[in-house]
Write a protein that binds this ligand. Structure first.
Ligand code: GLY
Length: 439
């Protein structure tokens, strides 16, 4: 697969960057080495089944150990990193297979049968322990905050390997989104659409970066809608799907909204699509993401006004908080090993907070953009009863055309989300070409 080759080709440089970043961060914080624990499986209460395992992202940043609980990496600047690769002798569960050379050749890999064998390899000196495995509890230098902040800030600037992983993850998700739309147009239930998505992506639930949001009709107004109704609705008006994929642990995070028919809701989707593309185009180095979030409010209020949903001008709607009734979440977030990737709200290794604009408590990214950042752009417009009722209780009928709200509420809401790479020049949209390539 060519994209896989691209990923492998960039990996050498990626590991060199990891070495460099860790050496600098450790030195700056006065550490001689770090021990990064993948994490351990968690067993459900009074049972012997495990919750789906997620590897410590600080280990995943070094190597694609997505299913490797209890593996441990020892990083000591100047030396080849040592990987205690946990391969238990087990007949209940299949242990990880031998590591692939494209990545493993960069490490001193030691296959271990016991979870604690790494303890013999902890270097002398001041060592930072990174992770949340029970095996690490009680260590003095567990997840030192300033060290983590430095590493998190480093992770906001993606390497070419990471960009290739996220781009591939976007292609996988786009393929599955196209299949999901097809299922919607065939009249499938939320559950059926979800299954079709997973099949097209070649991923099971536990391999998805987050639980798919597969919402028909009014369920589109539930921001993190988590149910997947088996029953097909009598009337299918609209479909909102927020679903991604993963590649070597790197996530994509994509949302699309569809209308079953033409009419106002369909036209609103088109207007939101144009608005979203404009915002994507604004994601450039040196831009404060908070300004983009506020611009999104202004633009969305413009759509609401154009479609006669609000009766006040856009500036007044933003000023009064009315735009937040229809767009109550943030414009987006960093994306990478974590769907909501790290360091979106901090300025430096101290963890100095970059405040959100007043009245916008859910914004997850308040930084000034830099080349190498990968982020989402996901403006939304929803008809959410509880927020609309709250507005009405506080403000009476002020500013809202309630007849229009009633007409459009059965469609739930609209969100359109792409994944964007910030560069020194034009932003790179990873999502649109991934859809175009599906034909
Ligand atoms: N797309 C899921 C989320 O951002 O929470």
């Amino acid at each position: 697969m060519p994209s896989q080759t691209v990923i492998c080709d960039h990996y050498d440089q990626h590991v060199a960057t990891c070495q460099e970043r860790w050496a600098q961060a450790l030195a700056a914080e006065g550490f001689d080495a770090a021990v990064i624990h993948a994490g351990s499986e968690i067993i459900s209460f009074l049972d012997d089944y495990h919750y789906p395992f997620r590897t410590n992202p600080h280990l995943l940043a070094w190597a694609p150990l997505t299913r490797h609980h209890d593996s441990v990496l020892v990083v000591e600047p100047g030396n080849r990193p040592v990987l205690y690769y946990y391969q238990p002798d087990d007949y209940w569960y299949l242990p990880p297979s031998d590591p692939a050379s494209w990545w493993a050749d960069h490490f001193d890999v030691r296959s271990v049968r016991d979870t604690g064998q790494w303890r013999d390899g902890v270097p002398a000196g001041r060592v930072a322990f990174i992770g949340d495995a029970p095996d690490l509890q009680g260590r003095d230098e567990l997840n030192p905050e300033r060290l983590l902040n430095r590493l998190h800030l480093d992770r906001t600037r993606k390497t070419p390997y990471e960009l290739a992983c996220i781009a591939e993850s976007s292609r996988v998700a786009a393929r599955a989104h196209v299949e999901a739309e097809r299922a919607f147009r065939e009249g499938c239930s939320e559950y059926e659409i979800h299954v079709r998505y997973c099949e097209a992506a070649g991923l099971v639930d536990a391999e998805l970066p987050y639980g798919n949001i597969v919402a028909l009709n009014t369920n589109g107004a539930v921001l993190h809608y988590q149910q997947r109704q088996h029953q097909r609705p009598e009337v299918c008006r609209s479909f909102l799907i927020d679903a991604g994929a993963t590649q070597q642990g790197y996530a994509s995070d994509i949302t699309r909204t569809y209308s079953a028919n033409g009419g106002s809701f369909s036209e609103m989707i088109e207007a939101m699509d144009g608005l979203q593309l404009g915002l994507c185009d604004g994601m450039r180095a040196g831009v404060d993401y908070r300004d983009m979030h506020l611009r999104a409010h202004q633009d969305i209020a413009g759509v609401l006004h154009d479609f006669d949903v609000i009766t006040v001008d856009p500036a007044t709607a933003v000023e009064s908080g009315l735009s937040s009734v229809f767009f109550p979440h943030g414009l987006g977030h960093y994306l990478g090993l974590q769907t909501h990737d790290v360091a979106g709200l901090i300025a430096d290794e101290e963890g100095t907070e970059l405040p959100r604009p007043e009245g916008h408590p859910f914004l997850r990214l308040t930084r000034t953009l830099e080349a190498g950042n990968v982020l989402t752009v996901e403006p939304g417009l929803y008809f959410i009863d509880t927020l609309l009722n709250g507005w009405r209780a506080r403000n009476g009928d002020d500013g809202v055309n309630w007849a229009r709200v009633e007409e459009l509420s059965p469609y739930g809401g609209i969100r359109i989300e792409d994944n964007i790479v910030v560069t020194e020049g034009e932003p790179v949209n990873l999502t649109r070409p991934a859809f175009s390539a599906q034909g």
